[in-house]
Design a protein around this ligand. Structure first.
Ligand code: AMP
Length: 518
């Protein structure tokens, strides 16, 4: 059975597969919008996006921003939905489109996620697939997918992936070593994207309309405003290939013809592009601190990188011409190639050479934890640690630091008791909350705790306690603490993010009941 790559995007999603000739083929691209038309009846995609303009209360957009959040839920027509089940509705629509095209059921998929997604968000994405009745072979970082969409190359290569989409900006440094790919560092602005460019153009168009028809106030007119949204985006896209364009704006019998040049568009939005370049420069500097001083390739991803100014500024900054081939499809194509690689049986029927098939098959992508996990410990350097340990400084030691590959095993790490005759040890598990690793409690979040009780009496302070963290690829963290002399131990599991299995099963039944149209 064919395996599919799915780019489950913030504003737009797509599905692709690799055809018999070994070429990735994109089957469907649709806005990531779900419109809850009636009970158990939803619309997904372009029609949902249009319906959302008129009835925004019945539509969900940008659900990706809520993935992995336990406190996010929605209710429509008396039914509650989690971000996972809304994403599942999008996935089902894409799968249905692929089934119609290829005439057989879709089951195995690889879904891409942003590189900054933590274990919780990745697990939520896997669960969205499960709720949709799909089997997620893997979740793959988007910049890695983009890097894999290019021709395979020998040796260790470093790629800078600049991704500017409709609603988000991401920049990542990827290391590809033959068949092994991983993210070295990543940053971005998740509130910056094409929509901000569109807003500037709308303001410009409105001003021009007001200049030509000073007596008219069209802003309260829904149809005019909808048309303005569409024309602004069209203008932006057309100016990627034409130096100048004009649009007619009509209101109350009046017409205003407004011209916009590419140059003027670049002036109107210069600060937005500057923001992406500043983050890019900072990321390049961080990569340098990780020993990456040169890039073998600069890869453009996202529809917005079709703006000529993007490639020009990057070339200025990095001295290298970016790879620019259908940037809005690079991620889904790479995901399809990776899905094929994960499904070795399939390569046999491909019209590609045995060596190419083997190279694809053996491609591995390492899942690393983007944020560290650790325990809270007492700072023995604080003088209070001796006199009043309960008030002394505590901090977090990461047993699994950011960047650790999954599955990960910290091995036993030795800590010590703080008091004489200490009867109980509280093991607190903390997850790094910021981008950079820090031992301060304020930069970490408490995610769970357990108690190692009934320690034998008369243990002197400083008695060793071994703590081990093990994390599997689905984000299940097992914590083990043991006092080695008595053998007293504590073991508990924490599912980092996602829903419990009962909730997944329930959502699966609920989603299966829905009639989905596009
Ligand atoms: P993506 O999420 O990667 O599909 O990017 C979508 C964004 O890219 C939207 O803001 C589109 O308006 C924008 N976009 C698509 N095509 C072009 C183009 N030819 N020139 C400029 N922006 C574009």
């Amino acid at each position: 059975m064919t395996a599919f790559g799915i780019d489950l995007g913030t504003t737009k999603s797509c599905i692709a597969y690799v055809d018999d000739a070994g070429h990735p083929v994109v089957i469907r691209t649709a806005p990531s919008v779900v419109y809850f038309e009636r009970k158990d009846s939803v619309v997904v995609g372009a029609a949902a996006k249009n319906a959302a303009l008129l009835a925004p209360d019945l539509a969900v957009q940008l659900v990706k921003r809520q993935m992995g959040r336990k406190d996010a839920d929605y209710a429509f027509h008396g039914t509650r939905y989690t971000p996972e089940s809304i994403s599942a509705l999008i996935l089902k629509e894409l799968a249905a489109a692929a089934e119609r095209r290829l005439g057989h059921p879709v089951r195995d998929v690889v879904i891409t996620v942003p590189a900054y997604f933590g274990v919780a968000e990745r697990q939520a994405t896997r669960q969205a697939a499960e709720i949709a009745g799909l089997n997620a072979l893997d979740v793959l970082a988007e910049p890695v997918a983009a890097a894999l969409s290019g021709p395979p190359a020998e040796g260790v290569r470093h790629l800078l992936v600049y991704d500017l989409g409709g609603g988000t900006f991401d920049i990542s440094v990827i290391r590809v070593d033959g068949v092994d790919a991983s993210v070295i560092c990543t940053d971005g602005d998740h509130r910056l994207g094409g929509a901000d460019w569109d807003a500037r153009i709308r303001a410009y168009l409105l001003e021009a309309f007001a200049e030509q028809h000073p007596g008219l106030v069209p802003t309260a007119d829904e149809v005019f405003m909808q048309d303005l949204w569409i024309k602004a985006e069209q203008l932006k896209e057309e100016l990627s290939s034409a130096p100048t364009r004009d649009k007619d704006l009509r209101f109350a019998g009046a017409v205003a013809r407004v011209e916009l040049t590419r140059r003027r568009l670049e002036e109107l939005t210069a600060d937005l592009l500057d923001r992406t370049m500043k983050i890019t420069q900072e990321t390049v500097e961080r990569a340098r601190r990780h020993g990456v001083t040169e890039f073998d390739e600069v890869v453009l991803v996202g529809g917005m990188t079709r703006l000529p100014a993007v490639a020009a500024r990057l070339e200025e900054l990095l001295g290298r011409t970016p790879r620019h081939h259908e940037p809005d499809l690079a991620v889904v194509r790479g995901a399809a190639m990776f899905a094929l690689a994960r499904q070795s049986r399939q390569a046999d029927r491909l019209g590609i050479t045995a060596a190419e098939a083997e190279s694809m098959r053996s491609r591995r992508v390492t899942t690393v934890i983007p944020r560290g996990f650790g325990v809270r410990v007492l700072d023995h350097n604080d003088p209070l640690a001796r006199t009043d340990p309960m008030r002394a400084r505590t901090y977090v030691i990461h047993l699994l630091p950011a960047g650790t590959r999954l599955p990960a095993d910290s091995g036993p790490v030795t800590f010590t008791t703080v008091l004489d005759d200490q009867p109980v040890i509280e093991v607190e598990v903390w997850e790094q909350s910021g981008r950079d690793s820090s031992e301060e409690l304020a930069d970490n979040t408490l995610i769970g705790r357990g108690k190692l009780r009934d320690l034998p009496p008369e243990l002197p302070k400083g008695t060793p306690i071994h703590i081990t963290f093990f994390m599997g690829e689905t984000g299940l963290l097992t914590v083990h603490a043991v006092e080695p002399v008595s053998g007293r131990e504590l073991r508990f599991d924490l599912q980092i993010g996602g829903l419990d299995q009962a909730a997944v099963d329930k959502a699966k039944t609920a989603v299966a009941r829905h009639d989905i149209s596009s």
